[in-house]
Design a protein around this ligand. Structure first.
Ligand SMILES: NC(=O)c1ccc[n+]([C@@H]2O[C@H](COP(=O)([O-])OP(=O)(O)OC[C@H]3O[C@@H](n4cnc5c(N)ncnc54)[C@H](O)[C@@H]3O)[C@@H](O)[C@H]2O)c1
Length: 308
């Protein structure tokens, strides 16, 4: 199992570290455009191998894609992150060019790869990868929902005063402050609906805190977060590498599912060795459908800014 991660910055390096620590990949290639940066991060991470007990080989490369050849999974984290007060959508001008170039280079050297897009605005960057690489739809996956769901579970556990391992919940929709649809109706504490434990008002607070989860961290850190994003990507890569058939909400190209067409947006999917093994079309309430429609309109408006 060979994994390439483009962008050796905060998210890319964190992602490489979590993949290595989980010890399921033989090789992780880190690529960055900044001279020596990926090589430095790779060397630093390799010097944790004997301490953290992993055998994954981490290699760095300054924009030499020959080193990425025949990767089973490629992750795109290259691009600028947001600063406090910015929306993810504002990054499109710079990141669209980077994602287009990087995805083209990756597919040229690994035509059978599964692509995971992380750079923001993620749903639109995933759509761009569909439009420009020609890969089949099961092999292009946008990461956002796995992170947003982890943030949702963190907020739910806090509100319930419960351990996070007792809590389950999922966020679908666009990966943006307004676009996220946290499914509070389906959230459970050890199979009991969370509404049995906390009021609707408290649940609404959880929902709002989840939606601005990224912005809250950007305000505190001065740039966007990396530990949970890196961990979320590593969970998707592991589900593919180990053919786990786990369900994660991911941004995928919809062709009629959820009554939507020609856009990428977060919905539950089964992840396995073929990438997206299945899109899970769950039954939503009218209110959830309306929220999804509003979210999809936002994503489509951002997609319209692409120069395809
Ligand atoms: N989808 C999500 O859930 C999620 C979560 C967090 C961050 N992000 C996004 O991920 C991206 C990376 O965030 P970060 O905090 O790691 O940023 P960062 O600035 O720390 O790292 C980005 C790296 O990309 C590199 N880069 C730029 N252009 C490149 C190119 N053409 N080829 C190769 N490398 C290139 C830069 O040199 C830099 O090292 C941002 O767009 C951010 O908004 C997405």
């Amino acid at each position: 199992m060979k994994v390439t991660v483009v962008g050796a910055g905060a998210v890319g390096a964190s992602c490489a570290e979590y993949i290595a620590i989980k010890n399921f990949a033989s090789e992780v290639v880190l690529v960055d455009i900044k001279e020596g940066f990926a090589e430095g991060k790779a060397m630093d991470l390799m010097q944790t191998a004997s301490l953290n007990g992993f055998d994954t080989r981490i290699v760095g490369s300054t924009n030499d894609y020959s080193k990425t050849a025949n990767s089973d999974v490629c992750v795109i984290t290259s691009g600028i992150p947001r600063k406090p007060g910015m929306t993810r959508e504002e990054l499109i001008g710079i990141n669209a060019g980077i994602v287009k170039e990087v995805s083209g280079n990756l597919v040229k050297h690994s035509p059978n790869t599964i692509l995971i897009v992380v750079s923001n605005p993620m749903d639109t960057m995933t759509y761009l990868a569909h439009k420009t690489t020609g890969l089949p739809k099961n092999r292009i996956i946008g990461m956002g929902g796995a992170l947003d769901s982890a943030r949702f579970k963190y907020r739910l556990a806090e509100a319930l005063d419960a351990p996070i391992s007792d809590v389950d919940g999922m966020v679908i929709g666009g990966h943006s402050d307004k676009g996220m649809v946290p499914l509070t109706r389906l959230a459970t504490r050890n199979s009991v609906p969370v509404s049995e434990f906390i009021s609707q008002e408290r649940l609404d607070e959880v929902k709002e805190a989840t939606k601005v989860g990224g912005a809250t961290l950007t305000g505190l850190l001065g740039t966007s977060a990396w530990y949970a994003p890196g961990a979320a990507v590593s969970a998707l890569v592991q589900a593919i590498a180990c053919d786990q058939k786990k369900i994660f909400p991911c941004s995928v190209l919809l062709e009629g599912e959820y009554g939507m067409n020609d856009l990428c947006i977060g919905v539950p999917v089964v992840l396995g060795k073929n990438g997206i093994e299945k899109i899970v079309d769950i039954k939503l309430t009218d209110a959830e459908k309306a929220h999804m429609k509003e979210s999809a309109d936002g994503v489509s408006a951002t997609n319209a800014l692409l120069e395809l």
